[in-house]
Design a protein around this ligand. Sequence first.
Ligand SMILES: NC(=O)c1ccc[n+]([C@@H]2O[C@H](COP(=O)([O-])OP(=O)(O)OC[C@H]3O[C@@H](n4cnc5c(N)ncnc54)[C@H](O)[C@@H]3O)[C@@H](O)[C@H]2O)c1
Length: 242
Amino acid sequence: MSGGAAGIGRSIAGRLAADGFKVAILDVVTDAAVQAAEEITESGGVARGYGVDVSERDQVDAAVASARAELGPIAAIVANAAVAIQQPFLEMTLEQWNRTLAINLTGTFNTVQSALPDLVSAGWGRVVLISSSSAQRGAPNMAHYAASKGGQMALTKALAMEFAKSGITVNTVAPSSIDTPSVQKKRAAGRMPSAEDMAKYIPVGRVGTGDDIAAAVSYLVSDGASYVTGQTVSVNGGSFIG
Ligand SMILES: NC(=O)c1ccc[n+]([C@@H]2O[C@H](COP(=O)([O-])OP(=O)(O)OC[C@H]3O[C@@H](n4cnc5c(N)ncnc54)[C@H](O)[C@@H]3O)[C@@H](O)[C@H]2O)c1
């Protein structure tokens, strides 16, 4: 899985390890990826951490090859790595646009395409892309991010149809208002409302956790989810129903 060193990805990595998966954590922060894998191993799971920038295809391919050698063939792919930088549209440079698309969307392409042949060979597999409610409802000052996440949703549908006969399901989880360290940093910098203020607008009355997202991913990668493909699972406390 990509981006498993922190936040939602760290919760997903822990949950999938608890579910019995051997987890390869590909993250641009190498130390944190290795540390997350060590923590999972100490808790009785099997995990390895690899320093990878998902926008660099050669790095992804090298990590996938190492993971295959160390942990065995890949059965499930979770593309979670992303950046979410706030920038008013008229001030957004082409470089900023391209960088967000390169990590969030092309990084997803790199991660999935690099590992998918294992799933095809096995005739069974699970792919889960972590997108965002920003693509469902829009997000001011985040046009590049919302576009990249909408691209993941379209990619989900295209791949679901292309690989349905191969025993592979492809779904996306669209989180909203999940309390992660990166969100807490934005709050501390005054760029986001407090968790309490956000909770007032969320029907279930609280912000979400990484474990909320991990639970949805756990289901989607399970055997029991074999008839669910091409779907967006919105994990958002009841916001934006429809
Ligand atoms: N937190 C939320 O409220 C929220 C809402 C909607 C969607 N999401 C999505 O959930 C996912 C995780 O969000 P989060 O809040 O945990 O973010 P985060 O910033 O805390 O974690 C992202 C992880 O991806 C890694 N990463 C960043 N760039 C990378 C790159 N180029 N290559 C490899 N790894 C890279 C980071 O090091 C980090 O470990 C993202 O896809 C995000 O868009 C989050």
